[in-house]
Design a protein around this ligand. Structure first.
Ligand SMILES: [Zn+2]
Length: 189
């Protein structure tokens, strides 16, 4: 049951191009425990052994096997009521994260689902697992945030909900990029 939720969302993220072969990670919260995808797992074809269960506050022998973003997932569960997290690399959203400090959808669906999306980590050296506290604080007010030049972290009560937020943000960012390109081309003639 839990595996099939991870498989459905992981496969969908991969086929939509929201993660590449080994990027992205997913987790759910079960009380004081977290079930998170394995380090270097492929979200497009997750198997039982790709789901790692460890503590939200305590390390155990499984902890080193967890995704390299474990620290971020743990901080989010400590600071927000989230029960599921999706971290992805949606390409249009990543492109805009390199030029904007906030992404505001132009389309109505994007506006209603993701609203305003802050871009965190400007002028900071960001490595995997970094910015955990800053991301967790921002997700108290937002359902999804972008990390500058890296990717998205979305929360929900279910993986499906966080996935929907991620896909909606990417669609909105495609529209923003199209609008930008339309505005640029007449001036270039
Ligand atoms: Zn990433």
């Amino acid at each position: 049951m839990i595996l099939s939720q991870f498989q459905t969302v992981g496969h969908d993220l991969f086929t939509k191009g929201l993660v590449s072969s080994h990027s992205g990670n997913l987790s759910i919260r079960l009380g004081e425990r977290i079930i998170i995808t394995r380090r270097t797992s492929r979200l497009g074809c997750l198997q039982e052994h790709d789901l790692i269960e460890t503590g939200i506050n305590k390390n155990d022998r499984n902890t080193p096997l967890a995704s390299i973003e474990l620290a971020v997932h743990r901080a989010i569960y400590r600071e927000t009521p989230a029960l599921a997290i999706v971290h992805a690399h949606p390409p249009h959203a990543v492109a805009l994260s390199l030029t904007e400090t906030e992404i505001v959808p132009s389309d109505t669906e994007g506006l209603s689902i993701v609203e305003r999306v802050p871009v965190l980590g400007w002028h900071m050296k960001v490595k995997a697992g970094g910015l955990a506290d800053i991301i967790a604080q921002a997700l108290k007010q937002h359902r999804i945030i972008m990390v500058h030049g890296h990717g998205s972290f979305a929360i929900g009560q279910l993986l499906e909900e966080a996935h929907n937020c991620t896909a909606t943000l990417e669609e909105s960012c495609q529209v923003i990029c199209l609008l930008k390109s339309l505005q640029v081309s007449p001036a270039e003639k």
